[in-house]
Ligand binder design. Structure first.
Ligand code: NAP
Length: 247
């Protein structure tokens, strides 16, 4: 039996990157997948095709995770079309890096809205359904930057630290209904952005990572798979760092 057989999972911002990797891995383990992104594009179309080719039910919804009303509409749609949601992965996130003296209020607000308010929006939208089911696993994608801070990322680090406080609070609030809520905090993950860094900057990062390599999208998705499945039935309110020991 696959780990997520007969489960339905929703992943926000999943057309590419870490979210896409979650969608594909969860589908491999038998889950039906609903994924969102700001708009339909080549990535969302190809992911939908790949998921359906795996034999699971899959749907894409264009929706802005930062918008509470749109998150409520997504929950209504999922209720009407799937009847339940077992796993929610709050993955959508952006960066707008700048030193504090140069950071605009707009870039502060945008990062907080997309990264943190979205987690509130989706958790609030799906909590009633999960409470009725008396089952659910919520996985919030934070960052080690939310644990340690990072110069030039005070907006991003604050949003990711906020996710940790939110996760621990929801675990306490909804635990009695058998709803678990955990966070995953990735470190240096190999993405187009990190691959484009100058070679000496990359080398400097590698010397700081005990496992001496950047993480893969799939390294993050595998930890989320553990949190999504019954393998972690007694784990809630935790932050798991997926950072090769970077700390
Ligand atoms: P990515 O490749 O930039 O993917 C982010 C996805 O979120 C994109 O598909 C993007 O859509 C979507 N998105 C952006 N704003 C949205 C919104 N308002 N509503 C719905 N979807 C939205 O990023 P990633 O590297 O995979 O990161 C995924 C998560 O992991 C983020 O929360 C990020 O902070 C976190 N993380 C990443 C790293 C890393 O090294 N990559 C490290 C730690 C944590 P568009 O295609 O339209 O832009």
């Amino acid at each position: 039996m696959k780990l997520l057989e007969n489960k339905t999972a929703l992943i926000t911002g999943a057309s590419r990157g870490i979210g896409r990797s979650h969608a594909l891995l969860f589908a491999d383990e038998g889950a039906n997948i609903i994924f969102t992104d700001l708009q339909e594009n080549e990535n969302s179309a190809s992911l939908l095709e790949e998921l359906r080719a795996k034999g699971v039910r899959a749907d894409f919804l264009a929706s802005n995770a930062a918008d509470n009303a749109q998150a409520m509409d997504v929950a209504k749609w999922v209720g009407e079309n799937y009847g339940r949601l077992d796993i929610l992965v709050n993955n959508a996130g952006i960066t707008k890096d700048q030193l504090i003296l140069r950071m605009s209020v707009e870039d502060w607000n945008l990062v907080m809205d997309v990264n943190l308010r979205s987690v509130f929006n989706y958790t609030k939208a799906f909590a009633p359904m999960m409470m009725k089911q008396r089952a659910g696993s919520i996985i919030n994608i934070s960052s080690i930057v939310g644990v340690n801070g990072n110069a030039g990322q005070c907006n991003y680090a604050s949003s990711k630290a906020g996710i940790i406080g939110f996760t621990k609070s929801i675990a306490k609030e909804l635990g009695s209904r058998n709803i678990r809520c955990n966070a995953v905090a990735p470190g240096f993950i190999e993405t187009p952005m990190t691959r484009a860094l100058p070679e000496e900057v990359r080398k400097d990062w590698m010397t700081k990572i005990p496992l001496r390599r950047g993480g893969l999208d799939s390294d993050v998705a595998k930890v989320s798979l553990f949190l999504a499945s019954e393998l972690s039935a007694y784990v809630t309110g935790q932050v798991i760092q997926v950072d090769g020991g970077l700390g």
